[in-house]
Design a binder for this molecule. Structure first.
Ligand SMILES: CC(C)(COP(=O)(O)OP(=O)(O)OC[C@H]1O[C@@H](n2cnc3c(N)ncnc32)[C@H](O)[C@@H]1OP(=O)(O)O)[C@@H](O)C(=O)NCCC(=O)NCCS
Length: 156
């Protein structure tokens, strides 16, 4: 376990005023991790995410600089009732291994609990596993690998 939260860091929920800086950081995340950028552009998606009920984006700032973000959405199903999905999580390289992601994920977990969720879910891609050993990382943050797989059926 890490001790104190990283010094000089502030975590807050994003508002529509943050859309441009989130888009910039999210673009960096998608490019670095090799995710396909949406045809409509990330800006539009970020704007919609910020407006939708049950969706939230949390930001970590050092001074005026945005250094990390996390996105999360809640949904309802028979298995878990309300459940939150941690969808995106990115910390700029110079800020890694200082507890920034832990702080953001704890914030997402608190938000999810406040929304009546019984669990936080996250998907680990093969690329994320290769590049960042994400299963180990998430296990350190209290997630457990139940060996589920996420399959996709694209719709035109
Ligand atoms: C993965 C990522 C979010 C980690 O952020 P971070 O701020 O460095 O993580 P933290 O410093 O909060 O680490 C939390 C714990 O996980 C451990 N950890 C951090 N990165 C790890 C990694 N790549 N593999 C294994 N453990 C890791 C830390 O040592 C720490 O453990 P401890 O608190 O038990 O001592 C960051 O490397 C990143 O943005 N990677 C690129 C994007 C990405 O892969 N995002 C996740 C997919 S959606």
């Amino acid at each position: 376990m890490q001790g104190n939260p990283p010094a000089g860091l502030e975590v807050e929920a994003a508002t529509s005023l943050d859309a441009d800086s989130i888009t910039e950081l999210a673009s960096r995340f998608f490019v670095e991790e090799g995710f396909q950028l949406p045809a409509e552009g990330l800006q539009t998606r970020v704007g919609r995410y910020l407006e939708l009920t049950g969706h939230s984006i949390f930001l970590a700032r050092r001074g005026e600089h945005l250094v990390a973000f996390a996105t999360a959405a809640v949904g309802f199903g028979l298995e878990y009732g309300w459940a939150a999905e941690l969808e995106d999580l990115y910390v700029v390289p110079p800020e890694r291994r200082r507890g920034v992601a832990r702080l953001l994920v704890d914030r997402v977990a608190g938000w999810a609990a406040d929304h009546g969720c019984s669990v936080v879910l996250v998907t680990v891609t093969p690329q994320g596993e290769r590049s960042h050993t994400l299963t180990d990382f998430y296990e350190r943050l209290g997630f457990s690998d139940r060996r589920r797989r996420l399959l996709e059926r694209p719709l035109a």
